[in-house]
Design a protein around this ligand. Structure first.
Ligand code: AMP
Ligand code: GLY
Length: 439
């Protein structure tokens, strides 16, 4: 499949966050790769790969670049270019790519598509109704049981989910999404679903459409503030493995959720190839799907890839070539913790352009993946986004990994920065309670 006899390869990574920084670091372990390009990249990526000033949504320009510069392989990880069909565009030009085609990316790009698929194929998820008419939706929520969860159908930067505790809140949410266009056209259709309870687990899987290789499980911390308070963000920290994801639960998920989802996508004529992310809730009546993502999570990727022992490039190619059943996928037994530094004000308004101090010292203790950073002409790293850095540490135990990540984090400063100081706390309570209990 690859040109150049599989040597001196040129790879383009699309995106510019901590996830892409972590992916590039792993890809560099493969000696067949000669040059890595990243579009658009960031300040940290600029130190290890060639950044190309093309935005992740500019899919025609990206495809032109890949063709003109003869890329041997392209890795597409952000949701936007996947849902816009960049993989299809590259395939049409004969360039092998990591990521699902546009039709398969609907698992994330349309919540209604995902929910209808789960219903048709008996995959456990919250009960729901979908609406495309404002008045009908309003009438429904005025009589529905509370709490209820209202979701924009389309992509909304992880912010299109509103948990409503009263009918009044639900009416406001429906109005904000369908009438006031809070998330643009993403909210012109909505899903109203039942509120589920239980620990949340994220499981990312490599898949070639038929074979599935689950990665080590993890736990995101989605809200801005300690104690799961504050606004929803793209993710403020992750730990892996997730202690709530016991082996018997993993087996149930594989049999009732993961494999049935792959089967459903094949049966619909759009086999899923790439990284399929299952957002799960472990309810009293079994594991249920909260969401699918058609890509690596961010900062989940930074965490799980830190524990990956097998070669990432080989695994990615296997998802493209359909040879995953012959490909090894091993993870370390260690634990990993990733803490996100954000700009003050994120996920709402924040300032950028703040010089960041202490990264070299912190790098002695942990991996520092860059998210919203920029390398200035004077060689200074400054903030350029909401989520700025991902401090990622591995160790024998979760407690040591958390401690190491926070020790490294304590060395970094920039004006207005903030982080959550309780990443991993819930998981540690669970792990240490379990250990005491078993003694
Ligand atoms: P999503 O963007 O779909 O992952 O949703 C964001 C967060 O909203 C999830 O991580 C859950 O904490 C919460 N959530 C989504 N759907 C439900 C549900 N049906 N019941 C309870 N919480 C939910
Ligand atoms: N951290 C959540 C996501 O990437 O969707």
């Amino acid at each position: 499949m690859l040109k150049n006899g599989g040597l001196n390869l040129k790879v383009l990574v699309v995106g510019g966050g901590g996830r892409e920084h972590a992916i590039i670091q792993k890809l560099k372990e493969n000696p067949a790769i000669d040059t890595i390009y990243c579009a658009p990249g960031n300040g940290g990526i600029a130190l290890t790969a060639t950044c190309v000033p093309i935005g992740a949504k500019e899919i025609e320009k990206l495809a032109d670049f890949a063709q003109e510069h003869r890329m041997d392989y392209v890795v597409v990880t952000p949701d936007d270019p996947l849902c816009l069909g960049l993989v299809d565009l590259l395939a049409a030009r004969g360039i092998p790519t990591f990521g699902p085609c546009k039709a398969a990316a609907r698992l994330e790009g349309s919540k209604i598509f995902a929910k209808d698929l789960m219903r048709r194929y008996g995959i456990p998820t919250a009960d729901y109704l979908a609406f495309d008419d404002y008045q009908t939706a309003l009438r429904y929520v005025r009589n529905a049981a509370c709490p209820m969860v209202i979701k924009a159908d389309g992509l909304a930067l992880g912010k299109g989910v509103l948990i409503c505790h009263t009918r009044r809140e639900a009416e406001e949410a429906v109005t904000a999404l369908m009438q006031e266009g809070k998330f643009g056209s993403s909210g012109s259709r909505i899903v109203v679903e039942a509120f589920l309870q239980g620990p949340e687990v994220s499981v990312l899987c490599f898949t070639d459409g038929t074979t599935l290789r689950p990665m080590v499980s993890c736990m995101d911390h989605k809200t801005a503030l300690n104690g799961d308070k504050g606004l929803n963000t793209g993710g403020m920290g992750v730990i892996a493995p997730n202690p709530f994801y016991a082996q018997d639960i993993a087996k149930v998920c594989l049999d009732t959720i993961f494999l049935p989802t792959l089967h459903a996508m094949r049966a619909e004529g759009c086999p899923f190839q790439g990284c399929l992310y299952f957002g799960l809730m472990l309810t009293d009546s079994g594991p249920k799907v909260i969401e699918y993502n058609c890509r690596f999570g961010d900062p989940e990727a930074q965490t799980v890839l830190s524990l990956l022992k097998s070669d990432l490039f080989t695994l990615m190619q296997a998802t493209t070539n359909g040879t995953l059943n012959q490909t090894e996928c091993r993870f370390s037994d260690e634990a990993c913790c990733c803490v996100v530094f954000a700009s003050g004000g994120y996920p709402e308004r924040y300032e950028t352009g703040k010089p960041i101090m202490g990264i070299p010292a912190a790098e002695k203790l942990a991996n520092i993946f860059h998210a919203g950073t920029r390398l200035t002409e004077n060689g200074i790293i400054e903030s350029s986004g909401g989520r700025v850095l991902n401090v990622t540490a591995t160790a024998d135990t979760l407690r040591s990994a958390v401690k190491r990540a926070y020790n490294a984090a304590s060395l970094i400063t920039f004006e207005g920065m903030y982080m959550r100081t309780d990443i991993g706390e819930k998981a540690l309570l669970k792990t240490e309670w379990k250990t005491d209990h078993e003694r």
